[in-house]
Design a protein around this ligand. Structure first.
Ligand SMILES: [Zn+2]
Ligand SMILES: [Zn+2]
Length: 380
C-alpha cells in the first residue's frame, strides 16, 4: 500500500497524461534537488517522494495497479493502511469482508499471508449397498464459523477497531538480524495485533472478540456410487474458521463402508458366493444371484463343479471411475442329514455310477495306481 498520494505529490490530477507527469516531475525535481537544499531534511524527503511517485506513474502497469489497488505492485492493502481514504482505492469495506468470507478463489492477492483455518475430518459410515449405489447424507458437525454479527472481525458491529499503530496496519514488523555482511531484514507478524493489522476497540459481544463462533453445521452430502472405506469427499471452506481472517479450512468426510453379508468387493468388481445343490450342479439349472439394486437369474450349465466361477460383465459397481463385473462363485453343498428314502435312492444312484463320469476321481485313481499300486476307490 502506497504511503503517499502519488498524484498529489506530483501535483497532477488522476487523468494526467504521461507528458503532464513528465513535465511536473522535471519541475519538481529541479525545485527540490538536494544540491539546492543542503542539510534540509524536509526537502530531501520531498525529493524522495517525488522520485517514488514518478517511478510509479511513469510506468503504465504500475500506474494501473496503483489506480486499481492503491499499490503499484497490484497488491491489496491490509486494514487501515494509513488513512481512511486509502480504502476508496479498492472498493471499500464490503470488498474486504467479501474476501474474508469468500476465502479461497479470491482474485486479489494480499500483502499479508493469512493462515487458512484447520481442516475438520469426520467419518461417515455407509452400508455396503449405499456406498455401492451412491447416496445422499446429511452430516452434522460443530466447527468454528466466522461470526456473522462482526463479519469475522471480532470487533463490535464489524467496525469498532482501529489500525494497529505498531505495524501501521500491515500486520507485519520488519526487523534486522545478523551482523556485518550477513545482516538481513526479515518480516514477522506484528505481535501487537497478531498480524491482523487492526486493534479492536470494542469486542463483538457475540463471539467475545474472537471473530468466530462454535456452530453446529448441517451439510447435505452427495456421495457418488462406488465409495469404499477410505474414500473421502473434501468440502472446501467448511472447516474451522481462520484465526486471522484467512480462508476457512476444509471439511473432509472419510467413508467407512460396512461389510456385506452377501458381497465381497475388489475395487468395483463384486464377488458373490452361491451355494448350490448336488442336483443343480449335476443337471444344471437356474439360480438367483444378487445385483446392486435387484436380483437376476443365472443359468448354471450341467456338470458344474464346486468352486467354479462365473463372470457377468458390467454387473458390478458403477462409478465415475468405471464399471465393475460380477463374479459368481458356486459351491456345491451336500445335505447334512438324509431320510431313509434319500439314502436308498443315493445308494441306487451310486451303483449306477461309473468312474469315467468323474474326471478328477479318475485322474486320482490312475495316479495312485501308478505310484502305489493301489485303487483308492476299491471297496475292501
Ligand atoms: Zn463477532
Ligand atoms: Zn500490528
Amino acid at each position: 500500500m502506497a504511503k503517499q498520494d502519488y498524484y498529489k505529490t506530483l501535483g497532477v490530477d488522476k487523468n494526467a497524461s504521461a507528458d503532464d507527469i513528465k513535465k511536473a516531475y522535471r519541475t519538481l525535481v529541479k525545485k527540490y534537488h538536494p544540491d539546492l537544499h543542503p542539510g534540509d531534511k524536509e526537502a530531501a524527503e520531498k525529493f524522495k517522494e517525488i522520485n517514488e511517485a514518478h517511478e510509479v506513474l511513469s510506468d503504465p502497469k504500475k500506474r494501473q495497479n496503483y489506480d486499481n489497488f492503491g499499490d503499484p505492485n497490484g497488491n491489496m492493502g491490509g486494514f487501515g493502511g494509513g488513512n481512511a481514504s486509502g480504502f476508496s482505492g479498492f472498493g471499500g469495506f464490503e470488498d474486504i469482508f467479501g474476501d474474508i468470507f469468500g476465502g479461497f478463489g479470491g482474485s486479489r492477492q494480499r500483502t499479508r499471508t493469512k493462515t487458512k483455518g484447520e481442516d475438520i475430518t469426520i467419518e461417515l459410515t455407509l452400508s455396503f449397498l449405499d456406498a455401492a449405489k451412491g447416496c445422499k447424507r446429511e452430516v452434522v458437525y460443530t466447527r468454528n464459523s466466522p461470526c456473522s454479527s462482526c463479519k469475522g472481525t471480532g470487533a463490535k458491529g464489524g467496525t469498532a477497531y482501529k489500525t494497529c499503530e505498531k505495524c501501521g496496519g500491515s500486520g507485519q514488523i520488519q526487523y534486522a538480524s545478523g551482523s556485518g555482511f550477513f545482516r538481513q531484514v526479515s518480516v514477522r507478524p506484528c505481535d501487537e495485533c497478531h498480524g491482523t493489522g487492526k486493534k479492536i476497540i470494542d469486542s463483538c459481544p457475540d463471539c467475545k472478540g474472537k471473530g468466530y463462533i462454535k456452530t453446529t453445521t448441517k451439510l447435505d452430502i452427495e456421495i457418488p456410487g462406488g465409495a469404499d472405506t477410505g474414500s473421502y469427499i473434501r468440502k472446501a471452506g467448511y472447516g474451522e474458521a481462520s484465526r486471522d481472517g484467512g480462508p476457512a479450512g476444509d471439511l473432509i468426510i472419510v467413508m467407512k463402508v460396512e461389510p456385506s453379508k452377501i458381497f465381497r468387493r475388489k475395487q468395483f468388481d463384486l464377488y458373490v458366493d452361491v451355494p448350490i445343490s448336488f442336483k443343480t450342479a449335476t443337471l444344471g439349472g437356474k439360480i438367483t444371484v444378487p445385483l446392486i439394486d435387484d436380483v437376476m437369474e443365472y443359468t448354471i450349465p450341467e456338470g458344474t463343479q464346486s468352486g467354479k466361477i462365473f463372470f457377468v460383465r458390467g454387473k458390478g459397481i458403477k462409478s465415475r471411475m468405471g464399471t465393475g463385473d460380477l463374479y459368481i462363485v458356486v459351491t456345491v453343498e451336500v445335505p447334512s442329514k438324509l431320510s431313509r428314502a434319500q439314502r436308498k435312492a443315493l445308494e441306487e444312484f451310486d451303483k449306477e455310477s461309473e468312474l469315467k463320469q468323474y474326471q478328477k476321481m479318475k485322474d486320482y485313481k490312475d495316479n495312485m495306481e501308478k505310484m502305489y499300486g493301489k485303487d483308492p476307490y476299491s471297496k475292501k
